[in-house]
Design a protein around this ligand. Structure first.
Ligand SMILES: NC(=O)C1=CN([C@@H]2O[C@H](COP(=O)(O)OP(=O)(O)OC[C@H]3O[C@@H](n4cnc5c(N)ncnc54)[C@H](OP(=O)(O)O)[C@@H]3O)[C@@H](O)[C@H]2O)C=CC1
Ligand SMILES: CC(=O)N[C@@H](CCC(=O)OP(=O)(O)O)C(=O)O
Length: 344
């Protein structure tokens, strides 16, 4: 059995990790941390986990984490970078659901996250945990940077066309909507029910920290630098990300050729569903499942619109982290991730 620890076990992604890892046939969750709830039973706070053991929260303690096989950091940025080097030195593998190791360039990290990177050596060895594009690297990694939720939806949608050099540089747009759980569980007035219900707003239009992540990864996949407009919106729903991606083709492609390109690129990928051409995937169709559903449109010749939906807490966070763990420990990638989305 893989002995796993979760740092940040009271947040939405930490609890989602528990939902996926407690029934995982090859994993024993040995440590779950919370500073605020140390000593409390996990299922006293999260009754959906009753019947899955008697785990209690402990304070984050490096000596205890040192003894594990893998530690997941489901913490705000700036936490994992302080612990990862010590854990790696003890042979513990690390998966960070936060942003500490996503931007390979420490200068870029400092600019967007407002803090100097405190573990540049670990940053240099971290691998970006999007198995559909970095499967081999994830399999060999000791430290995996789990992608951001918006970047997962945007990259999986844009990458097949960009990798083939089929999109013009100008006019790449990612217009995205997120459920409120994307902002985490910490109390904030702008996230209480009367503030978010029955209303929609854009935010971060002039610059959101996921933009450099998306641009860096798509540039890497394409093999040359690119820029895009990323516009996130907060939606009055709990889970889900819906990305509407706009691009202009460099040369004419029929609808059937477009569809075939995506179908071939994601053939055999257990967690990417290329829907019939012209479909309109709903976030509801991925709720609770580790899947990204993609649909293609070409409303006018050359204008491509790609729709990509994920559950931010599953394929956008905890599910992808388990997929990465499976890969790092040479288990089948689908293990423990066979959930069908909740409908309605
Ligand atoms: N929500 C989402 O949809 C997604 C989130 N992410 C990222 O995953 C990470 C976790 O997100 P989320 O679950 O939403 O966050 P939450 O705010 O819901 O939870 C944060 C958790 O981290 C713990 N924590 C906070 N500060 C520290 C610290 N200094 N040391 C140790 N533990 C700490 C908290 O517990 P306590 O304070 O009691 O120790 C809590 O359990 C973030 O980096 C986020 O950006 C990534 C993709 C999607
Ligand atoms: C709705 C909402 O507020 N979403 C968050 C992004 C999700 C997240 O947690 O950020 P990471 O993926 O970088 O870890 C935001 O826009 O800041």
């Amino acid at each position: 059995m893989i002995r796993a620890g979760i740092v940040g076990g009271t947040g939405y992604t930490g609890v989602e990790l528990l939902r996926l890892l407690l029934p995982h046939p090859e994993v024993e969750v040995a440590v779950i941390t919370s500073r605020a709830e140390a000593g409390q039973r996990v299922d006293a706070h999260f009754p959906n986990l009753r019947g899955y053991g008697d785990l209690c929260y402990t304070p984050p303690d490096l000596a205890e984490l040192d003894t594990l096989d893998v530690v997941f950091f489901a913490t705000p940025h700036g936490v994992a970078m302080d612990h990862a080097p010590g854990l790696l030195a003890k042979g513990v593998r690390v998966i960070d659901l936060g942003a500490d190791f996503r931007l390979a360039d420490a200068g870029l990290f400092a600019r967007w996250y407002g803090m100097a990177h405190r573990a540049p050596e670990a940053l240099a060895e971290a691998r970006y945990g999007l198995p559909e594009y970095y499967r081999k690297q994830v399999g060999e990694a000791r430290l995996v940077a789990n992608p951001g939720c918006y970047p997962t939806a945007v990259i999986l949608g844009f990458a097949p066309l960009l990798a083939e050099g089929l999109l013009e540089d100008g006019g790449l747009i990612a217009d995205c909507k997120s459920g409120v759980s994307g902002a985490g569980r910490a109390a904030r007035v702008d996230l209480i029910f009367p503030e978010v219900a029955d209303s929609v707003n854009a935010y971060g239009v002039s610059g959101h920290r996921h933009r450099p992540e998306i641009e860096a990864v798509l540039s890497d996949i394409r093999g040359s630098g690119l820029e895009l407009q990323f516009t996130p919106h907060l939606m009055p729903m709990i889970r889900g990300i819906h990305a509407t991606l706009y691009g202009q083709l460099r040369r004419p492609l029929s609808d059937a050729a477009l569809q075939d390109l995506f179908a071939r690129r994601y053939a055999g990928e257990p967690f990417v569903d290329v829907m019939p051409f012209g479909s309109h995937p709903a976030t509801r169709s991925v709720r609770g499942a580790n899947v990204c559903r993609i649909a293609l449109h070409q409303p006018r010749p050359g204008r491509v619109v790609i729709l990509s939906v994920i559950d931010n807490l599953v394929k956008g966070a905890a599910g992808q982290a388990v997929q990465n763990m499976n890969r790092m420990f040479s288990l089948p990638e689908e293990m423990g991730l066979a959930h069908i989305a909740l409908l309605p």
